[in-house]
Design a protein around this ligand. Structure first.
Ligand code: DND
Length: 262
């Protein structure tokens, strides 16, 4: 079963967020995700949040960041898009995309303003944000403004992203400042000199949580309780993810996906 089929099944029947557009009809294939495919179809201006990430694993920091961006920028909803094969992480094994999708879905279940898209996991090859943004821009009408939500650490690198000028043209960035990743005025000037990026900064609750911290704790057999939603923690425990001797099928290259190396 592909991630997209799973996504369709997982989201079908879910109620739309207050004021959010209804899901696309039964039987029609999802393009981005069933819950938010119809955004903007009434022609009214609307903002949609995109939260891209490796999400290995997804945690409370990602979720709080998306929720606070939704409020700060008046977003109709936020689509979490886990990467397939992340462009900047080709030097390390990443948990299989289907498993990261499963964790993301478990994390957002119950929040009608959040959904998960399998767009990047389903796309073969290295994941570049520009390809995703093109697909979203092709799908949504011009009255839908796309906000790519990212932590300040990710913003520090956008000038190095593949086809960064195109990235700048296709979306606005909602950049969350968080502990350890201060964005200084000289940095903002430097970024402006490297491209026409539209970046709006906002402060998120200080959650000094990172995926690497969760992986480290899991490897040492320490608790992940309260760092990630319980259903995600249960998947990690049940699958034995991030243990020092993680099952081969849990990481890219060990499962159905072909191995990927730099
Ligand atoms: P990460 O691997 O940094 O995601 O990827 C973030 C996005 O950048 C993805 O959509 C990538 O496709 C894109 N990217 C990266 C490099 C190259 C290219 C694209 C390219 O096209 O060439 P993580 O799973 O580590 O984190 C997800 C997001 O959550 C990030 O924006 C991160 O900064 C943020 N985050 C937090 N925000 C607030 N509080 C916390 C956070 N922890 C992570 N505690």
């Amino acid at each position: 079963m592909t991630g997209r089929e799973q996504d369709g099944r997982g989201c079908r029947g879910a109620q739309g967020a207050a004021g959010a557009p209804a899901a696309v009809g039964e039987g029609r294939p999802a393009v981005v995700c069933p819950r938010f495919d119809g955004v903007g179809s009434d022609g009214a201006p609307v903002r949609l949040g995109i939260m891209g990430g490796t999400f290995d694993p997804i945690h409370q920091g990602h979720l709080a960041c998306a929720e606070q961006a939704r409020e700060a920028f008046g977003l109709a909803g936020v689509v979490f898009i886990p990467t397939g094969r992340p462009a900047f992480k080709r030097d390390r094994a990443v948990t299989d995309g289907a498993v990261r999708l499963e964790m993301c879905r478990a994390a957002v279940a119950g929040n009608p303003a959040f959904a998960v898209s399998s767009l990047e996991v389903d796309r073969p090859g290295i994941t570049y944000a520009v390809d995703t943004l093109r697909a979203l821009r092709d799908h949504y009408p011009a009255n839908v403004e796309l906000f790519f939500i990212a932590g300040a650490d990710a913003i520090l690198s956008i000038a190095r992203w593949h086809e960064s000028a195109e990235v700048a043209r296709l979306a606005r960035f909602a950049a969350a400042t968080r502990p350890g990743f201060a964005v200084t005025e000289p940095f903002k000037e430097e970024l402006a000199s490297r491209g026409a990026f539209q970046v709006d900064y906002f402060e998120v609750t200080a959650l000094a949580i990172s995926s690497s911290y969760l992986r480290e704790r899991a490897a040492r057999g320490l608790s992940l309780r309260y760092l990630t939603p319980d259903p995600v923690r249960e998947i990690i425990e049940a699958r034995g993810l991030y243990r020092l001797e993680a099952p081969a099928a849990a990481v890219a290259g060990g499962g159905k996906e072909a191995p990927w190396t730099p």
